[in-house]
Design a protein around this ligand. Sequence first.
Ligand SMILES: NC(=O)c1ccc[n+]([C@@H]2O[C@H](COP(=O)([O-])OP(=O)(O)OC[C@H]3O[C@@H](n4cnc5c(N)ncnc54)[C@H](O)[C@@H]3O)[C@@H](O)[C@H]2O)c1
Length: 448
Amino acid sequence: MGQGATRSDIAVIGLGYVGVTVAAAFADAGVRVLGIEKRREVVETLRRGRCHIFEPGIDEVLRRTIGKRLQVVSEWPAVLPRIVVVCVSTPADLATRTPDLRNIADTADEIARRLPSDGLVIVRSTVPVGTSRKLVLRRVRREKPRAGLAFCPERTVQGAALAELRSLPQVIGASDERSAARAARLFRKLTRDVVVVDKPETAEMVKLVNNCHTDLLYAFGNEVALLARTHGVDPLEVIRGANQRYTVRTDGVAVVRPRIAVPGYVGGGCLSKDPYLLLQSLGGRPPGKSLVFAVRELNESMPARAAKEVLALLRAAGKKPAAARVLVCGFAYKGKPETDDLRGTPATPFVEALRGRVGRLLGHDYKVAARDVKAFGVRPVGLAKGLRRADAVVLLNDHPRYVRELTPRRLATAAKRVVVYDSWRILRGTRIPGLSGVTYGGLGWVGA
Ligand SMILES: NC(=O)c1ccc[n+]([C@@H]2O[C@H](COP(=O)([O-])OP(=O)(O)OC[C@H]3O[C@@H](n4cnc5c(N)ncnc54)[C@H](O)[C@@H]3O)[C@@H](O)[C@H]2O)c1
């Protein structure tokens, strides 16, 4: 039998971004946790008290809990604890837009063999609506007919996951009242704020619509950028004007009306694929007729649009793109909160759109390892060196350190002209945009 199995209160299956933070948060809250992860190297790293992913605060929690309340194994134990939380990956094939549910199906089969007869399976992975009951519970109940099910979505933001696990409401949709109560009792160890909905399918849909709604809000910012551009108007000025003090009074209290998002890329492991998990929910409509997919199409088009704008700015600065050195900064899919996560990063389509069209691609990131930057077919460089050499500097993410460290002196503009493509316009308030020798632009804005 695997280490620690029967002494644990819960098992957490899959120790990636979600599982490792969930396992650590429960262990820190006094729950005895058995983490099961099929990647042996991850288990070995965790056993040494180190974390394989970047997440603020996780190392401290691991130091307190690993080998004590938190045990980690790569082999399934013969008998699982009575509550199992499933956090395995549920990717989608973006070429075919098809969800890949093999991990979760395999996990359900393993659980079925090992769960105590009145065990509870809590699905935390994001899944197409209906999956927890029709795929997971059905498979588990083939061997354990009394097993219960709850779907409790992960809704934290990477980079603030541990804090949010303790503050965000936990949504619970279960197959029956007892399962809902058991899941609620567990999650109340993290937060007092538990929202019980009527059934697993509702909770599954909560997760998907939360993410599709975020995707939609970002898409509207991008739509504004495209509209503004056709009129020579700066989208950020439009958005500033639209949002500022635009409140509504409800019961005497000023509440901000929905804010327009600034233009930007939409990346990450979730937003880039969760809309595709909704595909079966279209009620027979073709995807082209669904708002969810129009949104995806627009957001997915932004990196290639940006690459086109960079080429145009290079020409406007009197440079031949084919001879230009382009420094790409910020490969992680977002800079704030910072992360090393490359899933769904705009760097992939952006670099692809420039490859073969510019002389040389250099790359920099504060959190992503140089070898991972190199895997994009880009030469990793230190920021200061890259800035000195570059004909164009592209900020792909909004990491705040770029605002401090992309200084006029480092750009070495005295010697030559340089293009600065500031996708998120985080340098807007600095001296860079107006600097002599700088041709400045950002999403939807290529100068007056
Ligand atoms: N990353 C996020 O912030 C986030 C947020 C909300 C929801 N989600 C959802 O949570 C789920 C997990 O996401 P993630 O980001 O942690 O993914 P991940 O790829 O980082 O981690 C998943 C882990 O599960 C492991 N695994 C897969 N099959 C296994 C099996 N049969 N037995 C043991 N381990 C197995 C993998 O090796 C991997 O380490 C996905 O459904 C995702 O959509 C993620």
